[in-house]
Structure formats: structure tokens, C-alpha cells
Design a protein around this ligand. Structure first.
Ligand SMILES: [Zn+2]
Length: 472
């Protein structure tokens, strides 16, 4: 079945213009690698862990590198030290701009867990170690190098290419993407965007496929509040709020919202089936098939064995906070549970809330929204776009692999851009699936990237942007 994906990869290759290698001959990739590593390490060495973020030094470094190259660069700052950097290469305007977005902040670290200091960017055994190596300073370095290489090549562009190194992605989006979208949108407005959220998956050293993020679920929060009569603990009451709440949580957690596939998840599971062992492939096909009973069985299986797949095909609820009671001998009159809700983008939130009320079906329980920084609901990025075709072709050419479009169960900053009509695609370097369980990965105890894969990703990024932007 591997042939199926090979064919996809070949089809993608054939779809590009015949002169795809015309520009690459001019680039000395060995020198580019040395330069990429220099910038990558420099950016990794700024401690931008968020909170507090403090992206100023990293932002100023990027600005200085871009300006030294003669690329017009601006910074935008809502709060002190939370700088967003925007640079622009001008095109003829024949096509609308392409935005390259990456975030300079990282999640926090526990330095005791690190073999090498987390902001040292230590190189060892073919790896670079440091917080941000795969989230998201790899994309920062790739976008930066793409800007520099495009500028140096002098190639005429049909569209502007915009660089955005944003602050605050890891939990303080008000100073980053929200600020840029709400107050400086004209600076980053584009037809297409490339950002984080994708990767090339490798296991046992062999590439399985490239994932490109084209959709994501929308986070919401629901509060269940149970009320009952307070009383002495020596006289149990059936109206005990903790009892009522517990029953409601169990009921709601057992509820199975309808299975729904969009373009992205349908294509994802179809293509995943084509490269999987027969037993797994049968379950992936069951998800996209027409028999709801078989599909439900597959989802039940994934809920245990691979819960991410189960979450990808329906809106989901996870009870994550429970509060109630304060003394061993008092029956409390109130108890609360906070539900983390992730809606499929097509799901109407109010209809979902009403469904939850029906499922709970208890007048002693209030079911209400929890105010949450709700990212906008957005449709998937198109799979028939110019960008998706160029990505498929570049993955075929440079990685000899096909692309599976993916939907994140979590939220990214791309939601804000998609809500403004920008078609966003999440990309990233090759990662070994074995690295996660070893404790290396985004948001993990430690983080690292293979040097060779950083360099390959820079080249991939540059060639994708060149093919999308240069004058035809
Ligand atoms: Zn990230």
C-alpha cells in the first residue's frame, strides 16, 4: 500500500513548474548551514520562557540581522519587553502576500531536568539541545533564513513575503497574535501563512509521512454547578451537591458526541490507512466509512489505545477541575466541575451547550459557559490550494514522502489568522517518534533537534516560499 503514497508524492512532484531547481544552484548550502546554525543558536540562547516571555533581546537580534541585510523591519509592543517583529520583502503585488509566522517565546523549564543548560544551545552528537529547538525557534530560524536567502537571490517576487516573529504564543496571546490582529492587521494581512504545527514523522530512522496542520479544534469551557441542601454529615442526603455533581460528571464523560469528519481528518485517516499495517488500516478506514456502528467501535478502540484519534473525530469533554466541600462533617450546598471542551470547528457552541444540558438532565445542576480566551472557530485550510500543492511537491522532492493534512486537538495562533480569512498551514522539521518517550520534545523535560534536520528544514522552507512567491 506504500505505492499509494508514492504515487501521491510523484503526482505532487509533477505538478510543480519544470524549473524548480533553477534557483537552487546559486546557493552555497554549506555556507547557509553555518549561518543558520549561528542564528539558531543565538536565538536559543535568549531565555524567552513564558511567563514572563521577555522576548525583547531575541526580537532585537532578529531585527538587527534583517536590517543588516537591507530588509525593512518594524517592532510592535503592547507591553514592555513583549516585542513582535515584522519584516517585509516587497513583491509586485500581482498576488496577495505570504506570511511566515513563528513565535520567539518558549514554555518554562526545570533546569534540574536538563543534561545541558536549557538556554545553552549545546551541540553534541549531531543534536542541538535547548528549550525552543522544536517549539518554535526552528521555525524562527527557517523563516529568518528564508528572508535572507530570498533577498540575496534578488529574485523578483509576485507577492510580498512577510516575516512575523511573535511574542506570547505560550499563554499570553494578548501581547502577540491578538495584538497584531486587532491593532496592526494591515502589517501581516496575507493570502497564505506558514507557521508551526507540522512535522515529518520518522520512526526507526525511516520517514513515515509529512504532517501539515490545516485545522484545529476550538477550546471552550463548561462549568457544572450542583446545588443542594446543606446539612449535618451524620444524616446523609440524596440531594448532597457532591453526589449530584459526581453523577453529572460521570454521565457527561460517558456521553459520545456524534462522529464528524472534515476535509482534513477524512484525508488524514484515508492516507494514514494507506501506510499502516492491515489491522490498524481497517480501523482508520472504519472511521471514514459509511457504517456508523463500525465507526463508533473504532472510536471506542482509539479512546483507549490512541485517545488523540478519538478526539480528532468529535467534539470532546474532559472534566479537569472539581471543587466542593470544606469540612468533614458538613454536607456542602454547592459543588462545581470545570469541563475542558474542544469543539470541532463546524459545531455550533450554543447547540452543544444545550446538548450537554440534556445529557446532564438534572434540575439541580446548572450548565454554563466558563469565560475563556476562546479562539475563533475557523474552517480548515483548503487542501486544493496553491500552497498545499507546493508543500506536497517539496515534501516529495526533499523528503521523498507524501503529506497527511492534520487537525490539532489543541489550539494555535493560526486560529486568529484563519478567522481573518488567511489560509494557514503548519509545517516543521523531521522528528523521531522515539524522541518523545525519551523525554525530548516540545513542552517536555528536555528538547533537541537533529542538526541535519534543522538544515533540511531550512532548505525546505526556503524552496517552498520561493516557489510560492517568485514571479512566474
Ligand atoms: Zn509553539
Amino acid at each position: 500500500m506504500k505505492t499509494f503514497l508514492r504515487l501521491l508524492a510523484f503526482a505532487a512532484l509533477a505538478a510543480t513548474s519544470p524549473d524548480i531547481h533553477a534557483q537552487t544552484g546559486a546557493i552555497d548550502w554549506q555556507r547557509v548551514e553555518a549561518e543558520s546554525m549561528e542564528h539558531f543558536q543565538a536565538v536559543l540562547r535568549f531565555d524567552t520562557s513564558d511567563p514572563p516571555g521577555n522576548e525583547r533581546a531575541a526580537a532585537e537580534y532578529l531585527k538587527q540581522v534583517l536590517e543588516r541585510e537591507g530588509i525593512a523591519t518594524k517592532v510592535f509592543e503592547l507591553e514592555p519587553n513583549r516585542l513582535n517583529v515584522v519584516a517585509r520583502l516587497k513583491g509586485t503585488g500581482k498576488k496577495r502576500p505570504l506570511l511566515l509566522m513563528a513565535h520567539t517565546d518558549t514554555v518554562n523549564v526545570d533546569p534540574a531536568k536538563w543534561t545541558y543548560p536549557p538556554f545553552s544551545a549545546t551541540r553534541n552528537g549531531g543534536y542541538v539541545y535547548g528549550r525552543g529547538t522544536v517549539d518554535d525557534k526552528d521555525n524562527v530560524a527557517a523563516a529568518l533564513m528564508t528572508m535572507l536567502l530570498l533577498k540575496r537571490s534578488g529574485v523578483a517576487l509576485d507577492r510580498d513575503v512577510i516575516f512575523l516573529a511573535e511574542a506570547g504564543e505560550e499563554g499570553t496571546t494578548r501581547v502577540g497574535i491578538q495584538f497584531m490582529v486587532q491593532q496592526h492587521f494591515s502589517e501581516i494581512d496575507a493570502e497564505y501563512c506558514l507557521a508551526e504545527g507540522g512535522s515529518v514523522l520518522r520512526s526507526g530512522g525511516a520517514i513515515r509521512y509529512a504532517s501539515v496542520q490545516t485545522a484545529e479544534k476550538i477550546p471552550h469551557g463548561i462549568m457544572l454547578t450542583a446545588t443542594g441542601t446543606a446539612g449535618h454529615g451524620s444524616v446523609p442526603l440524596e440531594t448532597n451537591s457532591i453526589l449530584k455533581l459526581t453523577q453529572a460528571v460521570v454521565t457527561v464523560a460517558a456521553w459520545k458526541p456524534p462522529i464528524y469528519l472534515n476535509d482534513t481528518t477524512r484525508t488524514y485517516f484515508t492516507r494514514l490507512a494507506a501506510i499502516s499495517a492491515p489491522s490498524e488500516a481497517a480501523r482508520y478506514r472504519a472511521l471514514v466509512g459509511s457504517d456508523p456502528k463500525v465507526a463508533q467501535d473504532a472510536v471506542d478502540y482509539f479512546a483507549k489505545s490512541d485517545p488523540r484519534f478519538a478526539s480528532m473525530v468529535r467534539s470532546s469533554i474532559s472534566p479537569n477541575i472539581i471543587q466542593g466541600g470544606y469540612r468533614i462533617n458538613v454536607i456542602p450546598s454547592e459543588a462545581k466541575a470545570s469541563l475542558d471542551v474542544r469543539l470541532l470547528s463546524g459545531q455550533d457552541p450554543e447547540a452543544f451547550l444545550n446538548e450537554v444540558r440534556k445529557v446532564v438532565n438534572d434540575p439541580a445542576i446548572r450548565v454554563e459557559w466558563i469565560p475563556r480566551d476562546v479562539r475563533p472557530a475557523t474552517p480548515s485550510a483548503r487542501l486544493d490550494s496553491e500552497v498545499f500543492k507546493v508543500l506536497e511537491s517539496a515534501y516529495a522532492r526533499l523528503y521523498d514522502t507524501a503529506v497527511l493534512p492534520t487537525m490539532s486537538t489543541g489550539a494555535t495562533d493560526m486560529a486568529y489568522l484563519r478567522s481573518k480569512g488567511i489560509q494557514c498551514y503548519g509545517v516543521g522539521p523531521a522528528l523521531d517518534t522515539e524522541d518523545g518517550p525519551k523525554g525530548f520534545g516540545a513542552h517536555s523535560d528536555q528538547e533537541r533537534i537533529l542538526e541535519s534536520e534543522l538544515h533540511k528544514f531550512v532548505r525546505f522552507h526556503y524552496e517552498v516560499v520561493r516557489d510560492l512567491a517568485r514571479a512566474q
